[in-house]
Design a protein around this ligand. Structure first.
Ligand SMILES: [Fe+2]
Ligand SMILES: [Fe+2]
Length: 141
């Protein structure tokens, strides 16, 4: 059940994002929540330390989710494992770069950055994650 605030966020969870594995869906929801928190912090004009903290959480949670997901794919013998791990590496580098640039004062959190982060996650889930979900359906979970 979504709360009132979650209904109005820029990045609501959609059933289409489900990979059919509850633990992974929960982790994706956690990442989505962090991106929405970042949006709220931007809208409310929160200070740099609050925004920095959310970006740190996003980097950490991205890393732990990708590690978990890769272990599930390895266990399931996923045929595209190597390519998927490469994509995770690319996405991790992007979010670390954003965090570091923000901390260095080279970038501010704008609507453009928010859109980038939304696409960064949603496109990966809808294309790459849904692809393993299809192949591994019923095998792991
Ligand atoms: Fe993934
Ligand atoms: Fe994922």
């Amino acid at each position: 059940m979504l709360t009132e605030t979650e209904k109005n966020v820029i990045f609501p969870w959609r059933e289409a994002y489900s990979v059919g594995m509850p633990e992974i869906d929960e982790q994706h929801k956690g990442l989505i929540r962090l991106i929405n928190n970042l949006q709220n912090a931007m809208m409310e004009g929160n200070g740099k330390s609050v925004v920095s903290g959310i970006l740190d959480d996003l980097v950490r949670y991205t890393h732990s989710h990708f590690t978990f997901e890769e272990a599930v794919l390895r266990r399931g013998g996923y045929s595209q494992l190597a390519a998927h791990c490469e994509e995770h590496k690319r996405l991790t580098a992007q979010v670390i770069e954003l965090r570091d640039k923000f901390k260095a004062g080279k970038v501010t959190i704008s609507m453009e950055v928010m859109k980038f982060l939304k696409d960064w996650l949603a496109e990966h889930i809808l294309s790459r994650d849904k692809a393993y979900a299809k192949e591994l359906a019923g095998k792991v979970g």
